[in-house]
Write a protein that binds this ligand. Structure first.
Ligand code: NI
Length: 203
């Protein structure tokens, strides 16, 4: 091997070492704040989210395309949910109130995972008890299923006794950018203040 080739190899080895170091610190940094997983740190463009066309609490069709240019806060749940959903929607509403004027740049969206019971009328009653700007969406079960899969939301309907059943579902609040792409997500223990801080960084 010529001295030039040897120098080239040494340079490559150093460059590879630097790259590994940068990746490792990035993984550490991202996993440290609890808002992002190792898998996402390794993947610079996580494929969470996607287009949807659903029906809101006023019976109007709403598509993801109409929210481009604004940030979206997206949460999947259902109105009969006994505990996690109401708590999360309260947190979301509190964050919007804390944002003040900035809330105009954010569309809060609730997508039901229980379209059989969550009709537009049912969603309207439910949304009213949270935030006036909340867009509550339902639709045909296959459309809802597509949206849930796009957001990697786990949904499992429990044993039903007539119309009485629970729906097990993952409880992430997604912050989507103005381009409709995933920005980050929050776990159920996230405070309104933490959500506001993340949104403000994007305003
Ligand atoms: Ni729930």
């Amino acid at each position: 091997m010529s001295p030039a080739a040897r120098r080239g190899l040494v340079f490559l080895a150093i460059a590879a070492g630097l790259l590994v170091g940068v990746l490792a610190s990035e993984i550490w940094r991202r996993s440290g704040d609890g808002s992002s997983s190792l898998a996402q740190a390794l993947s610079p463009s996580p494929t969470i989210g996607g287009p949807f066309a659903l029906v809101d609490q006023n019976g109007r069709t709403r598509t993801s395309a109409e929210f481009r240019g604004k940030l979206m806060l997206v949460y999947f749940g259902y109105t009969y949910c006994p505990d996690v959903c109401p708590t999360e929607l309260q947190t979301m509403s509190a964050a919007l109130d804390l944002l003040g004027e900035g809330a105009r740049e954010v569309v809060p969206i609730f997508i039901t995972v229980d379209p059989e019971r969550d009709t537009p009328e049912q969603l309207k009653l439910y949304a009213e008890s949270f935030h006036p700007s909340l867009v509550a969406l339902t639709g045909a079960p296959d459309r809802i299923g597509e949206a849930a899969r796009a957001y990697k939301v786990y949904v499992s309907k429990g044993k039903a006794t007539g119309d009485d059943y629970l729906v097990d579902h993952s409880s992430y609040l997604f912050l989507m950018g103005r381009d409709g792409r995933y920005a980050q997500h929050f776990l159920p223990n996230a405070t309104p203040e933490a959500i506001v801080a993340a949104i403000k960084a994007k305003l």
